[in-house]
Write a protein that binds this ligand. Structure first.
Ligand SMILES: *Cc1c(COP(=O)(O)O)cnc(C)c1O
Length: 478
């Protein structure tokens, strides 16, 4: 019943699209075929349910709703209010958070909202007092100067990019590295693990206003109680960016001190990674920051994407179920199987393993850069992304690592045996790939040569697994 409804709904929608721009209908069909046919190991990607996807394709997209529930700058927002209230209510319940702001359009937007809320809440400035008293018009030039000076002189301490942190955690080319004086903490050079004593020492010395925890490429769990202790000791606000692992928090795999929400002043996230919702962001906050976060639009954000907020509500409703908790546990179990698969075949992993949803494979033992490995794997239908390893000799462009995540293939139903095979396929490709040479005959960090027949052999073995675990089983396009 549901399968045939979904099949006919999408078939008809594509016909409607084709009647206006057939090439877009064709690209949409092709994208489904490509996703179905590839081994997707990108740690930040997933497959949202048809209910989540369909919710995004409605007339809620047409409505402007700047402001907050009940306080909009536009008339006629009663249904958007229903949607936003429900999404926020589900989020608060799902994560046990006092306050949830579901308007951010993406993870980066969520972080910008959090940064500006912290500045508004913690930096004393005559401008901010007047803004909060709604007397913006009374600001003098001296007030503005004071604002620029005070907001522009705050400090942020985040995890460095090559240790697994994110661009928005103070990396120079990102606005977070320009609007704050920033310093970064890394991981222990021997073990690759987060060293809380080193983070604490750095925090004591640097005295940041904001301590950011969270990561995009760190294959281990974090103790957020310890991070909060460090923040409290130096008077910093703890902001945790759980963009990658929100699904493991929602699914109750990360509990106690591994659940950031009770410990962080503000927790930010995307909704489309392990959480498996629509492409978007969210900020969870303690009461103290709620009013500041609520000013995200129009402070930082434009009009909310009401259709996406609706889809967030649907995704959160899915994430409340025991099926989702089971899914989240399988994500972590499968990452272990993948890691063991590599280790038993002699490959090197950063930190020697994983206890979350991702593994970071160091490809230097194969004589390759991350870029060569990524390309060779893609030729065999294995979709990954290259990633720096700690103190990477090849830099952030070529890199020496490959990041692999289990959320997407776990959604397709892959389990222990399949992930063991995935490790086998990857080792097969990499051990049969050689670094190429530059035009001048020197060693190249980009070109590579894969031995004959490898791509065909790997593609055939992955096709077998992909056929056995179809993406959107039952969805047949007419
Ligand atoms: C993915 C990610 C983001 C950014 O999310 P977008 O939706 O792409 O803006 C932010 N922080 C972390 C830790 C991430 O992994």
């Amino acid at each position: 019943m549901t399968d045939s409804l979904i099949s006919s709904a999408y078939s008809q929608a594509l016909e409607v699209i084709a009647s206006v721009e057939p090439r877009i209908a064709e690209a949409t069909r092709q994208e489904l075929a490509d996703q179905r046919g590839s081994l997707k190991l990108i740690a930040s990607e997933n497959y949202a349910s048809p209910a989540v996807l369909m919710t995004m394709g409605t007339w809620f997209s047409d409505k402007y709703a700047e402001g907050t529930v009940g306080h909009r700058f536009y008339a006629g927002c009663q249904n958007v209010d229903t949607v936003e209230s429900l999404a926020a209510e589900h989020a608060r319940e799902l994560f046990g958070a006092p306050y949830a702001y579901v308007q951010p359009h993406s993870g980066i937007d969520a972080n910008l909202v959090a940064f500006w809320s912290i500045l508004a809440n913690r930096v004393e400035s005559p401008y901010l007092e007047k803004l909060q008293a709604k007397n913006v018009n009374e600001l003098t030039e001296a007030d503005w100067e004071s604002l620029r000076h005070e907001l522009g002189n705050q400090r942020l301490l985040g995890m460095s990019l090559d240790a697994g942190g994110h661009l928005t955690h103070g990396f120079r080319p990102n606005i977070s590295g320009k609007m704050f004086h920033q310093q970064q903490y890394g991981t222990d050079p021997e073990t690759g693990l987060l060293d809380y004593d080193a983070v604490a020492a750095k925090a004591r010395e640097f005295k940041p206003l904001v301590l950011v925890a969270g990561y995009s490429a760190y294959p281990r769990r974090v103790n957020f109680a310890k991070m909060r202790e460090i923040a409290d000791e130096v008077g910093a606000v703890l902001m945790v960016d759980m963009a990658h692992f929100a699904g493991l928090v929602a699914g109750k795999v990360f509990t106690g001190e591994e659940d950031p929400v009770p410990f962080a002043h503000l927790t930010t996230t995307t909704t489309h990674k392990s959480l498996r919702g629509p492409r978007g962001g969210m900020v969870l906050a303690q009461e103290e920051f709620a009013a500041d976060v609520d000013r995200g639009c129009p402070m930082v954000l434009g009009g909310p994407l009401s259709h996406v907020m609706a889809a967030k509500a649907v995704a959160f409703a899915e994430a409340r179920t025991t099926e989702f908790q089971d899914y989240a546990q399988r994500i972590a179990d499968n990452a272990k199987s993948l890691a063991e698969g590599f280790l038993s075949r002699g490959a090197n992993l950063v930190t020697g393993g994983t206890d979350n949803h991702l593994v970071l494979l160091d490809v230097s033992s194969f004589g390759l850069t991350g870029r060569q490995a990524e390309s060779a794997l893609l030729d065999a239908g294995v979709v990954t992304n290259r990633n720096s390893v700690p103190a990477d000799p090849n830099g952030a462009w070529y890199t020496s690592g490959i990041r692999l995540g289990t959320p997407a293939l776990t959604t397709r139903g892959f389990g222990h045996d399949e992930f063991d095979t995935v490790a086998d396929l990857i080792v097969d490709v990499l051990s049969n790939t050689e670094a190429g040479t530059t035009k001048a005959g020197g060693p190249s960090k980009a070109s590579y040569v894969v031995a004959d027949g490898v791509a065909e052999r790997v593609t055939a073995r992955s096709a077998e697994m992909l056929d056995k675990h179809p993406l959107y089983p039952g969805l047949v396009l007419g």
